[in-house]
Design a protein around this ligand. Structure first.
Ligand SMILES: Cc1cc2nc3c(=O)[nH]c(=O)nc-3n(C[C@H](O)[C@H](O)[C@H](O)COP(=O)(O)OP(=O)(O)OC[C@H]3O[C@@H](n4cnc5c(N)ncnc54)[C@H](O)[C@@H]3O)c2cc1C
Length: 492
């Protein structure tokens, strides 16, 4: 038995203090961000010219800003977070950044899967747009003018009050980055992607010029619809096409056993192109024990049922449920989980669908993968495919699915899980999917991302970048470069 007298306890406590002291030194050493050259000059410039709050590394509020990044897998230490109150603050931030040689990065909702809204290294200057969050709805012209700090939740809610809708994703906290890089969701088969519905924008360019109507600059307007979040400037206002919407819509859930996966894919491969435009579905696997088709129909459940009858007959779900309501309440998903550690991959599947072998391979991954995962297979088609591949920078047309795979990570076996995902993804991509990937679900490990995200539009995007940001002020791993040897014309 150990005899603990007062002296022993005292000496144990002092040892503990010594250990804590050394651990904190090591921690500080490891986590102190790099010094940034010309930081003082930049700070002076920002303090003089910016009206909104700016947080530097020494400020308590700086850490809150860091934690707004949704994915905690990636961390870098920006030199500062600027919070502009208006377009002139954005302009000043860009000019200060440019004058003192800092890379400038825009942040709206902070949902970049690789945290590119704090850049890809320390010492970037982040322009966080959350306070520029006006929404003006014009029912006569069926347009909405929104600030870049608006999230999907506030946009959708404001529109629904006026019986209008806008096609986009459904996660409540996503910002306007989604609109600039595409934007897929339950309304896309009827109305197209979000970027298809970007009518105009105000943008501040690398040289500080404020362009009030990007529509008058044809090539820049072309680039913003699909690559607007890839380094052309900071978008400070977006004019959107909005649509009158049914007062009652129906969301549907059809549940299945995991081993019905093969059947479900073969049926949706067959029917997917011919569904009514008011109907959109997603095939969702949340680990192996939750397998569902989620459907969304613009109209009542009685109207919806004939349009899913064949799907039901052929796939034989265990349960069916239909819930009616207004589109905002049926569609928006409250992002309560917010920040977590994850990695995702996105694949486009050709118009013939995912083959038997492809489904088999995917099921094998799902059965064997040790951590939590989500596989969300979105049926694209409809209006999205009625627009030409080169009409805007968003090239992904004529495809059947965008398949999104997200894994949740923890400290245990972190590297092994990432490697498992990578091995699966490379083989899956090579053998069973189209060449293309989705630029709104970024993956810094994606080989030849230039051609996968932008395909034959990449060359033109580089030329436009060269013209509007020749010194590459807005740059990170997967932003559009100012020049490139890569040609994507032969692919596809
Ligand atoms: C939980 C979750 C759900 C998602 N659901 C969907 C979905 O249903 N459908 C879908 O299509 N996508 C979806 N996405 C992906 C999403 O579209 C992209 O991550 C999108 O880029 C996020 O935009 P953001 O403004 O929130 O992110 P941010 O991280 O702020 O920005 C993303 C990128 O855009 C740039 N950017 C942001 N604002 C501006 C601006 N004003 N001007 C110029 N560049 C800017 C940033 O610099 C950054 O590189 C989802 C992502 C997450 C994390």
């Amino acid at each position: 038995m150990i005899n603990l007298n007062l002296a022993t306890i005292k000496s144990m406590i002092s040892y503990l203090y010594i250990i804590i002291f050394f651990v904190s030194i090591v921690h500080t050493y490891l986590y102190t961000p790099n010094e940034c050259p010309r930081e003082d000059s930049l700070q002076y410039c920002l303090d003089v010219y910016i009206r909104g709050p700016t947080y530097y590394r020494k400020d308590f509020a700086y850490e809150n800003d860091l934690l707004l990044e949704r994915n905690s897998r990636v961390i870098h230490f920006p030199v500062a977070f600027v919070h502009p109150l208006d377009v002139f603050d954005v302009q000043s931030a860009i000019i200060c950044g440019k004058n003192f040689n800092f890379t400038v990065i825009a942040r709206s909702g902070g949902h970049s899967d690789e945290s590119y809204s704090i850049g890809d290294r320390d010492c970037t200057l982040v322009v966080d747009l959350r306070y520029m969050n006006n929404i003006i709805i014009d029912a006569n012209t069926q347009t909405a003018k929104i600030g870049p700090g608006v999230t999907l939740n506030t946009l959708f809610y404001s529109l629904s009050v006026h019986d209008f809708a806008f096609p986009s994703g459904e996660c409540s906290t996503t910002g306007v980055g989604i609109i600039l890089g595409g934007g897929l969701g339950y309304l896309m088969r009827k109305f197209g992607t979000s970027s298809d519905n970007l009518l105009d924008a105000q943008i501040v360019l690398a040289n500080g010029t404020i362009v009030d109507h990007v529509k008058e600059y044809h090539e820049l307007y072309w680039a913003l619809r699909g690559a607007g979040n890839a380094g052309y400037g900071i978008v400070t206002s977006l004019t959107l096409k909005i649509y009158p919407i049914q007062k009652i819509v129906t969301s549907m859930v059809f549940t299945y056993d995991f081993d019905q996966t093969q059947l479900v894919f073969s049926v949706v491969n067959e029917l997917g192109n011919s569904f009514h435009p008011n109907l959109t579905i997603q095939i969702n696997h949340e680990n192996v024990d939750k397998f569902e088709i989620l459907g969304f129909y613009l109209g009542s459940s009685n109207d919806a049922k004939p349009h899913v009858q064949k799907l039901i007959e052929l796939t034989n779900p265990k349960n069916e449920s239909y819930v009616e309501g207004d589109w905002y309440n049926r569609l928006i998903v409250n992002d309560v989980g917010r920040r977590n550690i994850y990695k995702c991959k996105a694949f486009y599947i050709d118009s013939s669908g995912l083959s038997y072998e492809g489904v088999e391979y995917l099921m094998g991954f799902m059965k064997n993968f040790a951590n939590n995962f989500l596989v969300r297979t979105m049926l694209v088609t409809g209006k999205v495919n009625e627009i030409g591949r080169n009409e805007t920078a968003f090239v992904h047309r004529g495809l059947l699915y965008m398949l999104f795979l997200e894994i949740t990570l923890d400290e245990v076996n972190y590297e092994t899980r990432l490697k498992d995902l990578e091995i699966f993804s490379q083989a899956f991509q090579e053998n069973y999917t189209s060449y293309e990937g989705y630029q709104n679900h970024l993956d810094k490990d994606l080989y030849n991302w230039q051609c996968r995200y932008y395909a034959e539009n990449f060359g033109k995007l580089v030329e436009i970048k060269q013209k509007y940001d020749p010194n590459n002020l807005f740059n990170w791993n997967q932003s559009i470069p100012t020049n490139s040897e890569i040609s994507c014309y032969s692919i596809k």
